[in-house]
Design a protein around this ligand. Structure first.
Ligand code: MG
Length: 393
C-alpha cells in the first residue's frame, strides 16, 4: 500500500477543521496529520495535538502560543504567528485551509507557493487575494481542490465533460433561514434567528452570510476564480433541501449534478483523497427517506448582497477584496449587535460605492501589499458606515 498522504489542517479547531480530523480518523491508512494550527482556541487544539501527534502545531496568537507551550507533548514543535501558520501550511502533501475570513490568505499563498495541494474551505482568500493566489498557483505541484460543498460538487460534475463543453455552472443555495420573507419583515431580525440555518451546521460568520445570500455571492466569485467560467455563465438556483450541491450544464443540454445529504465531511474527504474516492460514505442518501426536491430563483431584491457580489466580481481587480472586507466588518458588527441585519447590505453597498477603481494599466501584477492595502481601506470605509449607522439609531 502507498504511504499515507500527509495532511496539515489550519483552523483545526473550527467547524471545517474538526470535521477534517474526523475524515482523517475514518481513514487512518490513507492519511497522517503532520501539522495543526489555530488562532487561539487552546483547549481543543491541545487535545487534538495529543490525539493526532502532528510534528508541528502553529498558534496564530502569540499570547496563546506562550500558554500552549508547556501543554504540548514531546515531539510536537510549536510555531507562532502568521509566519508559523505559513510554515505549517507548507509542510504537508495536502493543506486544509479552514481559517475563517481574510486571515486565511497567508495559509493559501504559503501552501500553493510550496507546490502543495490546497483543500480550500477559506473562500475569502481566493476572492480577496485572486491576483496573488493566481501567481502562487503557478508553482509546480500546486493545485486547489475546493472544500466548499458547491465547488466540490462542480469539481466532480466537471469530470463528466471537457471544459470547452461547459455551458454554465449552477450554484445551489439553501436560501438560508429567511427564504420567502420580505425585506420589511427582515429589517430587524436578531442574531439568533440569523444563526439558525435550516440545513447546514457551520460557523457563525458563514451562517450569517447564508442568511443574506452574500455567501452565495462570494461563491459565485469563488467559482469564477476556480473554474475560469465567465460571470454570465454562472447562475444561482435556490434549493432549500441542500441535497443537490451544484450542477454543470453542458453544451448539449445535459445537466450533471452531485447529490448527497448535507455533510461537509464528503467534500472535505473528496479534496483530501482526489482523484481517489474515500471508502467512508459520508452523506450517502437514503432514497426511501428523501424529501421532495424543490428549485426556485433567488429573491434578488430582498437579498441584495447577491447582486452586489456579482457586480464586484465583474468589476474585478481589487473590487472583490473590497466587497469581502466590507462584508466581514458588517457581519462582525451585526454579530456584535451594532448593526441591524438589513444594514449589512447597506454597509456593503455604501463601501462599494467608495471603491476607487483602478487604471487598467495598474491591474496587472498586484502584490500582497496591494491586497492588504485594499482590505484595510475597505475596512475603514465600512467601519465608518457602521459607526454612522449606530449614531443614527
Ligand atoms: Mg458553500
Amino acid at each position: 500500500m502507498a504511504s499515507p498522504t500527509s495532511v496539515g489542517i489550519l483552523g483545526s479547531t473550527g467547524s471545517i477543521g474538526t470535521q477534517a480530523l474526523e475524515v482523517v480518523a475514518s481513514c487512518p491508512d490513507r492519511f497522517t496529520v503532520v501539522a495543526l494550527g489555530a488562532h487561539r482556541s487552546l483547549e481543543l487544539l491541545v487535545e487534538q495535538v495529543r490525539r493526532f501527534r502532528p510534528s508541528v502545531v502553529a498558534v496564530g496568537d502569540a499570547a496563546a502560543a506562550a500558554e500552549a507551550a508547556p501543554l504540548l507533548p514531546a515531539g510536537t514543535d510549536l510555531l507562532v504567528g502568521d509566519e508559523g501558520l505559513s510554515v505549517a501550511a507548507a509542510m504537508a502533501d495536502v493543506c486544509v485551509n479552514g481559517v475563517v475570513g481574510f486571515a486565511g490568505l497567508t495559509v493559501t499563498v504559503a501552501a500553493l507557493g510550496a507546490g502543495r495541494r490546497l483543500a480550500l474551505a477559506n473562500k475569502e482568500s481566493i476572492i480577496a487575494g485572486a491576483p496573488v493566489v493566481a501567481r502562487a498557483l503557478a508553482t509546480p505541484g500546486a493545485e486547489i481542490v475546493p472544500v466548499d460543498s458547491e465547488h466540490g460538487a462542480i469539481h466532480q460534475c466537471l469530470r463528466a465533460g471537457a471544459r470547452t463543453e461547459v455551458a454554465r455552472l449552477l450554484l445551489t443555495a439553501s436560501g438560508g433561514p429567511f427564504r420567502g420573507r420580505t425585506a420589511g419583515e427582515l429589517a430587524g431580525v436578531g442574531v439568533d434567528e440569523a444563526l439558525s440555518h435550516p440545513t447546514w451546521s457551520m460557523g457563525p460568520k458563514i451562517t450569517v452570510d447564508s442568511s443574506t445570500l452574500m455567501n452565495k455571492g462570494l461563491e459565485v466569485i469563488e467559482a469564477h476564480e476556480l473554474f475560469g467560467v465567465p460571470y454570465e455563465h454562472i447562475d444561482v438556483v435556490v434549493h432549500p433541501q441542500s441535497i443537490v450541491h451544484s450542477m454543470v450544464e453542458f453544451v448539449d443540454g445535459a445537466t450533471v449534478a452531485q447529490l448527497s445529504r448535507p455533510d461537509m465531511r464528503l467534500p472535505i474527504g473528496y479534496a483530501l483523497g482526489y482523484p481517489a474516492r474515500l471508502p467512508a460514505p459520508f452523506g450517502a442518501i437514503d432514497w426511501a427517506d428523501l424529501p421532495r426536491l424543490e428549485f426556485e430563483p433567488p429573491d434578488r431584491s430582498t437579498f441584495r448582497c447577491l447582486d452586489l457580489a456579482y457586480e464586484a466580481g465583474r468589476t474585478g481587480d481589487l473590487a472583490p477584496a473590497w466587497l469581502n472586507a466590507a462584508n466581514e466588518v458588517a457581519v462582525a458588527a451585526f454579530l456584535d449587535k451594532r448593526l441591524a441585519w438589513g444594514g449589512i447590505a447597506d454597509v456593503v453597498e455604501g463601501t462599494m460605492d467608495r471603491y476607487p477603481g483602478a487604471a487598467a494599466s495598474a491591474t496587472t501584477g498586484r502584490s500582497m501589499a496591494d491586497v492588504l492595502e485594499a482590505d484595510a481601506a475597505a475596512r475603514r470605509q465600512a467601519g465608518a458606515l457602521v459607526a454612522a449607522w449606530e449614531r443614527s439609531r
